[in-house]
Design a protein around this ligand. Sequence first.
Ligand code: NAD
Length: 313
Amino acid sequence: SPKGAVITVVGSGLIGRSWAMVFLSGGYKVKLYDSQPGQASKAITEIRTQVLELQEAQMLRGKLSASEQLALLSSHDDLSQALEGAFFVQECVYEDLETKQAVFQAVERHVGEGVVLSSSTSCLMPSSVFSLVQNRTRCLVAHPVNPPYYVRLVELVPHPETLHVVMDTARDLMTEVGQAPVCLRKEIDGFALNRVQYAIIAECWRLVKDDIISVKDIDLVMSEGLGMRYAFIGPIETMHLNAPEGLEDYLTRYRFGMSRVLSSFGPVPEFDGEAAARISKEICELIPGDQEHLSARRERRDQLLMELAKLKK
Ligand code: NAD
């Protein structure tokens, strides 16, 4: 139970601040550390503003009020102090292998054997990130999706030596604080989310590159078509529901068609050269690439995600 339990967040950038807010909403004490002096206390100021705004908008997560949550938060410029009393450490430093390896090596010197060490890495394998840790049975990746406060998925990825009980602890913790954890049984490059995302990007890219469809229209295929149902059912359930007798019936009807189409996909696109220039020009005609336009669209995205998160509740 969260009462008095401490989670240390190492690195107080975009993702570190989001994790802090998620853990606070679950009633955990959060100790925020950053290697850049003053950065963690700046992060607290920002979190305070956000948490108060969320309360104002009635979007604050958890059972505690904004001030109760903020009272659980502290910032530290000293790593050993930040780690004191923690049972779980969530690392959120730069996406750089050597930096992360060094961070976990340092963290391990200050914590007991039973403390769970978790990395937010998007693209690095657990076997690389934790290679300098002595006891790797308590290590895992907990990969969030931006912004984690509204997009609840967390991919939990074990190191080859990670104990089942550690994966269970992480899954229970994530569920308790209101995230939606999924567990990979072993590590794989890209984890699950990015493997699926890149498959989608590759085919969308190819269709535009080969002049089959416009940038605007391929994005509509997702936002007005597939994305509508993917907000609440996945591709396997989609197949199961899309034939009168369920999944096997779907396969009888459609597997040859699926294989035929899939065989026509061709090699992995290069994502550069003339095609990249053309696709970039086309999206910039719809949404100019300057900061003003991009921020406006990001705000719209986060606002809509917030509404969607409400609906999904
Ligand atoms: P960021 O640049 O916003 O923040 C990184 C923070 O880490 C900075 O405040 C920096 O001062 C601090 N830092 C750097 N070295 C440190 C060290 N040795 N010890 C302590 N603190 C240190 O980056 P971010 O976007 O928050 O990303 C953090 C991690 O989360 C990365 O691994 C990234 O891949 C992952 N991630 C990011 C996203 C995203 O959309 N931004 C999504 C999922 C996962």
